[in-house]
Design a protein around this ligand. Structure first.
Ligand SMILES: Nc1nc2c(ncn2[C@@H]2O[C@H](COP(=O)(O)OP(=O)(O)OP(=O)(O)O)[C@@H](O)[C@H]2O)c(=O)[nH]1
Ligand SMILES: [Mg+2]
Length: 588
């Protein structure tokens, strides 16, 4: 299906034109028909031979209804720009044209209508001149009379060709339905209608406004119940809960809902030199809201929205000053921007955004952010395939993407953190990746592992400088002294005081135990590493089973040592303790 909106000055013949095209009256309110004035958006449709089904969104031209007009134009990519042959170029034509230019709409037809009342040449020339400075400069034009039908065949053919030649909406785009009407139907409950530019909405699906979750009970397009509708389309949904006009319905979790967006500003022909006011109206899709605007340099601004909206990079909208009727175009560059802190932050941010053009790429988004959440990037419209397809300057770390440049900076930070820790606590084990992440304020340990410079390595789960000794010098010294003392009497463990004299403070002893350099059997019973294996071998030479006393004699040691040593051998399965307190070396 294709969706086409009308635009043009009040009373120039928009509704009459789509009525002539479709055979259906877009003005459905009694008041509209009485007054010959469109007030609400009108929806009618027809089929064309090549393009297939075409739905029209007929907008009001009266200046009082400009918000409704913009809600109609907002999500629609193709326009029938209508001017009357018998009237000059008029203010609402100019306003609608500025709005379409702000939105970057560049597809459609210029339709000079009411040719039964006047020669179309002058109106056509005037309109072409105005269109020449906008995104609609290249659209074809046709002259018609909705009353006599003159030119309608050519209009139909030109529109058919135009629509049939449009590229299809990207099939992977998640759905986003801009609700432009909401009402309660007797027996059915809440019905909303809206334009679905892309993506699919399915019966039974859960959607969200960002605040309220709803389930889709029924989907209707062009007056028919369907199991699913795929954009571009006009759809009506029967929902399980009320949703207001102006809301945006999306599948939960597929979009990033934001109240802060950085945008590029673009003046239209109806813009004042001073730029948009600090509290303009933002029209985006079919939504309208008062926003706070902070300028970032000349061409950029940060918008604060009163409610979270599902926006992504490249979304176009209109900023409007209702007082002066000035209009600016805005393109979303970043729907998840960093906070601005301190003086000059705005200007610095504008410099960062200078190269952004609303076409999201992984390389550019990751480069600007340094560190980015993969899922967030997907939700703001950055096309990310798999890790295999990442650009060379992007490093993948689980859920995170890191620019190579930022990874180098983080790597320096890791080295500094590791050195600082080694200096402050030389006898403590090194920091874990999670510990380093916490110290550097990084959101995940996997980031630390991904940015380790060659000067840092992971040693038994600890992040340590590659040039750091395996063992701190005081530990090495104490262990060497112990080994020397135990050389001829391996089981004659030193006393607590003896350990102190060898250099084993509590910290040194702890470090030596963690490094596996000594065997601690009890608080102050310490032997050289491997003494337990040696003991088992010696005890195996005794007649089995043996008593504690026999073991003590065989190992030439005291009860202070032999008791915890045997307990250790029992625990580690080298010996087995019998009911009479004698033991066997296992496997004998
Ligand atoms: N003679 C003649 N009259 C036309 C033609 N098209 C529209 N009209 C008349 O022009 C008047 C306005 O037409 P509409 O189609 O209601 O105009 P509109 O642009 O939809 O107006 P709004 O929705 O209020 O902005 C009506 O009286 C129509 O009958 C035409 O081709 N020839
Ligand atoms: Mg109308």
């Amino acid at each position: 299906m294709h969706v086409v909106a009308t635009a043009g000055h009040v009373d120039h013949g928009k509704s009459a034109l789509v009525r002539a095209l479709t055979g259906r009256d877009p003005d459905r309110l009694a008041q509209e028909r009485q007054r010959g004035l469109t007030i609400e958006l009108g929806y009618v449709w027809t089929a064309l031979p090549a393009a297939g089904e075409v739905a029209f969104v007929d907008v009001p031209g009266h200046e009082r209804f400009i918000s409704t007009t913009l809600a109609g134009l907002g999500p629609v990519p193709v326009v029938l720009f209508v001017v009357a042959a018998d009237d000059p170029w008029m203010p609402q034509a100019a306003e609608h044209l500025a709005a379409l230019d702000a939105l970057g709409v560049n597809r459609g037809l210029l339709v000079v209508t009411r040719t039964d009342l006047a020669d179309p040449t002058a109106a056509r020339m005037a309109a072409r001149e105005q269109l020449g400075a906008t995104s609609l400069r290249d659209i074809p034009d046709v002259a018609v009379s909705a009353r006599t039908g003159a030119g309608m065949t050519q209009l139909r053919e030109t529109l058919d060709r135009l629509l049939a030649g449009l590229p299809p909406a990207p099939s992977t785009a998640p759905a986003r339905l801009w609700v432009d009407r909401s009402f309660v139907a007797a027996g059915a409950g809440t019905i909303v209608t809206g334009t679905l530019p892309a993506g699919t909405v399915t019966v039974g699906e859960e959607l969200t406004t960002g605040e309220t979750g709803v389930r889709v009970r029924g989907v209707e397009t062009l007056g028919r119940q369907v199991p699913a509708a795929t954009g571009p389309a006009r759809v009506a949904l029967n929902l399980t809960a009320a949703v207001a006009r102006g809301a945006v319905l999306t599948p939960a979790g597929r979009w990033h809902h934001t109240t802060t967006v950085d945008v590029r500003l673009r003046p239209t022909a109806l813009a004042t030199a001073a730029g948009p006011p600090r509290q303009p109206l933002l029209h985006i899709g079919a939504s309208t809201m008062a926003v706070r605007l902070r300028r970032l340099g000349e061409r950029h601004a940060r918008l604060h929205l009163p409610a979270a909206m599902p926006l992504w990079i490249g979304d176009r909208g209109i900023l409007r000053d209702p007082g002066t009727r000035s209009l600016w175009g805005m393109t979303v560059l970043d729907p998840a921007p960093p906070p601005l802190r301190g003086r000059g932050a705005g200007v610095a941010r504008a410099a960062e955004l200078a190269t952004a053009d609303g076409n999201a790429t992984v390389a550019q988004e990751v480069a600007r952010r340094g560190l980015a959440d993969r899922l967030l990037l997907q939700r703001i419209g950055v096309p990310i395939a798999g890790s295999a397809a990442l650009p060379p300057d992007v490093i993948s770390a689980g859920e995170w993407l890191i620019s190579r440049e930022h990874a180098m900076r983080l790597g320096d930070g890791v080295l500094a953190a590791v050195r600082e820790h080694a200096t402050a606590a030389p006898l403590q084990p090194g920091l874990t990746p999670a510990g380093v992440a916490a110290k550097l304020g990084l959101p995940a340990a996997e980031i630390v592992a991904a940015v380790l410079p060659s000067s840092v390595q992971l040693r038994e789960g600890r992040v340590v400088a590659s040039d750091s000794a395996e063992v701190a010098p005081p530990v090495a010294r104490a262990v060497a002294a112990l080994e020397a003392q135990l050389g001829t009497a391996p089981f004659a463990a030193p006393t607590a005081e003896g350990l102190q004299e060898l250099g084993f403070t509590d910290e040194v002893l702890g470090a030596a135990v963690r490094a596996g350099l000594v065997l601690r059997l009890d608080r102050s019973v310490v032997l050289a590493a491997g003494a337990d294996d040696e003991a088992a071998t010696a005890l195996a030479e005794l007649p089995q089973p043996f008593t504690v006393s026999q073991a003590r004699q065989r190992l030439a040691t005291t009860r202070r040592v032999v008791l915890p040593l045997l307990a250790h051998l029992d625990r580690t399965g080298r010996t087995r303790r019998l009911a009479d307190d004698r033991r066997r070396v296992t496997g004998r």
